[in-house]
Design a protein around this ligand. Structure first.
Ligand code: SF4
Length: 331
């Protein structure tokens, strides 16, 4: 590992000033991704700004009924919080399906938002990777790509976003608050992660000198009937092949509201807006759920190793919708 300078920040102002004045610096939260990347010489910061002492650990009910979550709240704490379990069960379930208990005890909300892909070629410095070295090529495209993306891919990169939490946040229309020496900015989840296009190395819309300070969840009664399902190669400590976060409201046998997002299929948590369009106003039947899933996956671009993800995603969407719809009709 390359040697680096270490700064411990006591408050947000000091943290954002430190990162603004130090070229090639990184914030250190739980360290569950950054330290691995530094050990592998994938990330090589000259300065690490430790933010673990900042007072960003609250989970608070907002006057409008939403919830504000500090960026340094640990994943395990957030998953167990009564406000999240009762109002946004999809988020609690997604967090509990991520990583291992030990990692969830360390990992922060802000770090989870910024975690980088688990594409094996990205971590192997002997491989060509446009994300690690722009313009070098992508060994995953002609290589082993069973875990890779099928939606929003480009000729330059087919990596997936590894986060479970972010799928739930995308479904919930969360807003991420960031702060720098220029002030405070609020980024809707839909705009937070970027598709690879011709610049796979640009993964989020957060600037290098911006600190994530909080995530806000809107008041969303439909989220009380929400669910996260993750399909993976083993029962724990594995990244999603496909995951689905969803919430549905059924009234008089008709779907009146629907929210759906997918994980394990794209470089960003994939909001399934085409499926939502099919669902709303349609009868809450198996046939509708299948049409919705097919509409979303129609644009998929698969390769021989990961073609199975299309059918797997369709079946998982249908299963989650069936389960949510069976929980009761509001009429
Ligand atoms: Fe790199 Fe993306 Fe290709 Fe993986 S899929 S090797 S991260 S460019």
């Amino acid at each position: 590992m390359k040697s680096f300078a270490y700064v411990s920040a006591p408050d947000v102002r000091t943290a954002v000033s430190a990162i603004a004045s130090a070229p090639n610096a990184k914030f250190l939260g739980g360290g569950t991704n950054l330290v691995d990347l530094m050990r592998g010489n994938i990330e090589q910061p000259d300065t690490v700004v430790d933010i673990t002492r900042l007072p960003l650990t609250g989970v608070d009910l907002l006057p409008d009924g939403g919830v504000r979550i500090g960026a340094l709240v640990r994943n395990s704490h957030l998953a167990a919080h009564p406000l999240i379990r009762s109002r946004y069960p999809v988020l609690s379930q997604a967090l509990l399906m991520g990583a291992s208990a030990q990692l969830r005890n360390m990992a922060t909300v802000g770090g989870n938002l910024l975690q980088r892909t688990r594409c094996l070629y990205f971590y192997d410095r002997a491989s060509a990777c446009n994300k690690r070295v722009p313009g070098s090529g992508c060994d995953a495209i002609g290589g082993f790509n069973r875990n890779h993306a099928i939606l929003g891919v480009s000729d330059g990169c087919i990596a997936t976003n590894p986060s479970d939490m972010c799928v739930a946040l995308a479904m919930l229309d969360a807003v991420v608050e960031v702060e720098s020496t220029r002030g405070i900015r609020r980024i809707p989840m839909a705009d937070f992660h970027l598709l690879p296009g011709e610049t796979p190395h640009k993964e989020t819309s957060v600037a290098a000198d911006e600190l994530i300070t909080a995530v806000e969840l809107p008041p969303l009664p439909i989220a009380a009937n929400s669910r996260y399902r993750k399909v993976r190669d083993r029962a724990s400590y594995a990244f999603a092949l496909v995951s689905v976060g969803a919430a549905v409201e059924v009234n008089g046998g008709t779907v009146t509201q629907a929210r759906l997002a997918l994980g394990g299929v794209s470089a960003k948590p994939w909001r399934a807006s085409k499926a939502e369009e099919v669902l709303v106003g349609a009868p809450a039947t198996e046939e509708t759920f299948r049409r919705a899933a097919a509409a979303e996956l129609a644009a998929a671009t698969a390769r021989p190793d990961n073609e199975f993800k299309i059918g797997l995603a369709e079946r998982t969407i249908v299963a989650v919708l069936r389960q949510l719809a069976s929980k009761g009709d509001a009429a």
